[in-house]
Design a protein around this ligand. Structure first.
Ligand SMILES: Cc1ncc(COP(=O)(O)O)c(C=O)c1O
Length: 420
């Protein structure tokens, strides 16, 4: 099935540094929710690239936006703003009115999170500390990794990196109020003991890579109160949850809990490297440029053009409603499969951000996760394991249809036959 891909990999992959175990197919093109490999196999991509191509692969209008912008202006002096960036900042302001947004465009999620932490420390009197979830993920730079699930591998370790446990819940009612209060108290105790050192708490509001946990409104409402009480900024890393993925522009809008910083990446670039740090204009009501930030690709015109195009398209096509409907259809379909196959456990999700755990031998779970996804690929569905192999995430493009989800289920059932 993958002969041509294998030959290409044999001939050329050796020229790349093997930073990870590459997939066994070589992708040659994409359209909508599907990609085609070198052997002509049509594969349903359940991760919209790496959660970035939210309008589907090679969307003609996205391509045209990039092309037209490139013909007009490709790069500006770091201090020179373009119309594209000015207009996009206003568009962002208008889709998250609670933030009274002041935006700063960058390229990747890790870069934007680093920038957020840099400004938080500066704006919070130089306090060095950051508190984050044990199972969160914010990137792989030295700083962001120090506040992510792989922190124990950071060398040298970062000081003033505090950790609190994410509430292990898959929906609002998974834990009792009393159990949630224990998690809140844990956070409060760490903050109380170290408030003088902690500048900011940074959380994914839905903890994706670390197990697709969905902490409740009650949890975040209290966290917000504690941050305010102890003069600690609250940042939501919405690199995955942002830009419509969960059925609202940003997930904080469903939590009724407004952060001081909001970081968004991935989907906001429609398949291109765009991220944004949104400063809350009510928290930072008198911004100054006394801490300056320079990098080659900040406030790039193509980033601005893509963000505005993304907002226009979501609004014009009422995509938020489609995301909500397809999210329910996907989750119901997974629940249906789960009710018949013990291998598919704990289906859960918000909008088009869903997951299930695999009911395999937990002592060998990393290998089991890889094997499951390999078998899925042989059945024309592209999935990725996370959470050490235990969890499979599904974040399809916003153009996914019921037919695509039915195809997923059909092929998933084929794969599951191997397990009985
Ligand atoms: C929640 C979250 N934050 C940050 C990042 C890092 O983004 P990037 O890989 O673009 O640096 C990711 C990437 O998966 C992510 O899921």
């Amino acid at each position: 099935m993958f002969e041509k891909s294998r030959k290409l990999l044999d001939d050329y992959a050796g020229f790349l540094y093997p930073v990870l175990d590459f997939c066994e197919t070589v992708t040659v093109r994409g359209e909508g929710c599907y990609v085609w490999d070198a052997d002509g196999n049509k594969i349903l991509d359940l991760n919209s690239g790496q959660f970035c191509s939210v309008f589907g692969h090679s969307d003609p209008q996205v391509a045209e936006t990039v092309y037209k912008t490139a013909l007009k202006i490709q790069d500006t002096n770091t201090a020179a703003l373009s119309e594209e960036v000015l207009f996009a900042a206003k568009r962002i302001h208008d889709i998250c009115p609670e933030m009274n947004a002041r935006s700063f465009f960058l390229s990747t999620g890790a870069e934007a999170n680093e920038c957020c932490l840099r400004y938080a420390r500066h704006l919070n009197g130089g306090k060095p500390g950051v508190i984050s979830f044990d199972n969160g993920y914010h990137g792989l730079t030295h700083g962001t990794k120090s506040h992510s699930t792989g922190r124990r591998h950071v060398n040298p370790p970062l000081n003033f990196a505090y950790v609190t446990r994410v509430p292990r819940m898959y929906n609002e009612t998974d834990l009792t109020d009393r159990q949630i209060d224990e998690y809140i108290e844990e956070f409060r105790n760490i903050v109380h003991a170290n408030a003088g050192n902690i500048a900011i708490a940074i959380f994914e509001p839905v903890v994706s890579s670390g197990g697709m946990y969905i902490p409740s409104r009650r949890y975040f409402k209290k966290i917000r109160e504690i941050c305010t009480e102890y003069n600690i900024f609250l940042a939501f890393d919405e690199c995955q949850t942002g830009f419509g993925r969960t059925g609202t522009w940003f997930y904080y809008q469903q939590l009724e809990c407004t952060p001081d910083f909001l970081v968004c990446a991935k989907g906001i670039g429609l398949g291109y490297p765009v991220s944004v740090v949104i400063f809350n204009g009510n928290t930072f009501s008198n911004p100054t440029s006394d801490l300056q930030h320079f990098c080659s690709h900040q406030n790039d015109p193509f980033a601005g053009a893509l963000v505005s195009h993304g907002i226009d398209t979501i609004e014009k096509n009422n995509l938020m409603e489609h995301i909500g409907k397809m999210g329910v259809y996907l989750l119901d379909s997974l629940k249906n499969i789960s009710s018949r196959h013990v291998f598919v456990q704990n289906p859960r999700g918000v909008g088009l951000m869903c997951a299930f755990d695999i009911g395999a031998d937990q002592s060998d779970i990393a290998a089991q996760g890889i094997l499951f996804c390999k078998r899925a690929l042989e059945n024309n569905i592209m999935l990725q394991p996370c959470n050490g192999g235990k969890t499979i995430r599904l974040l399809p493009s916003y153009c996914v249809t019921e037919n695509d989800i039915d195809f997923l289920c059909l092929r998933l059932k084929q794969v599951l036959k191997k397990y009985y």
